[in-house]
Ligand binder design. Sequence first.
Ligand SMILES: Nc1ncnc2c1ncn2[C@@H]1O[C@H](COP(=O)(O)OP(=O)(O)OP(=O)(O)O)[C@@H](O)[C@H]1O
Length: 237
Amino acid sequence: MNTTETVDVSGAPVMLDCQNVTRTYSEGPEDLTVLNSLSLQVRAGERVAIVGSSGSGKTTLLNLLGGLDSPTQGRIVIADEPLSGLGEAALGRFRNRYIGFVYQFHHLLAEFTALENAALPLIIRGQRKRDAEARAQALLDRVGMADRAQHKPGELSGGERQRVAIARALVTDPSLVLMDEPTGNLDQTTAATILALMDELARESACAFVIVTHDPALAAHQDRVLKLDGGHLVTNP
Ligand SMILES: Nc1ncnc2c1ncn2[C@@H]1O[C@H](COP(=O)(O)OP(=O)(O)OP(=O)(O)O)[C@@H](O)[C@H]1O
C-alpha cells in the first residue's frame, strides 16, 4: 500500500480551483457555517485525500465540487469553467462531460447490466449505444471486469460493483474525479486492487482526483492529505 509513485504535477494545469468557498446552512434554528472561506487547488494528475471527523463537512465539500450544491460565497472553477456561470441544464451537461463521481454505495441501476451502467454517461451524452458500449467494455476490461460485463449489480460482489462504478466514472475521460469512500465496505485485498487501479489511472490520465475518506491507509496513499477542520482545509501532519 505504500508504493505510490509520486508524479511531479507542479507544472500541470490546475483542474480544480476553489477560492474562498463558504457554505452556510440556514435551514435550522441557527445558521451553521460548515465551510469557511476554504481554498483548494488540484492539478491534472494529482490525487488529494480529504479527511476529517464526522460532521466536518466532507460531503458538503464534495457536493459543491460536483456542482450538486452551490456555495454561499466563493468561487469554484473546474477545467477553467466557473460553476456559478452555468444554469441548471448547462451544469448537467458540464458534470457529464468533466466530472466523474464514485460514491460509497455505487448508485448503479439495478435493472441494467454492468456494461450498460458503465456506458450510461456516454448514452446520456447522446453517443451511439454501440460506440458507448465499446468504450465502456474497454474500461471494464481495465478494471478487471471483462467477464462480468453482462451481469446486473445484484449479481456482483461489493468490490465488483465498486469497480463498475469506477469504470462508469472514467468512461467520459473526465477532468475531475470525485470519490466518496471508494474503498469503504471492501475487504483489504479488493481495496488494495482498487488502490492499484487508481494509481495506474492517475498516471495514465491527466485527471485530478479528490478522495474523501476515513481510511488512513487510503489517505496516505494519495499525493496530498488535507484535513477538514473548523471549516478550513489544513495540511495533515
Ligand atoms: N442540508 C443541510 N442542512 C443543514 N445542515 C446540514 C445539511 N447537510 C449537512 N448539514 C450539517 O453540516 C455538517 C457537515 O455535514 P457533512 O455531511 O458535510 O459532514 P461529513 O464530514 O461528510 O460527515 P460524515 O463523515 O459523518 O459523513 C453536519 O453538522 C451536518 O449536520
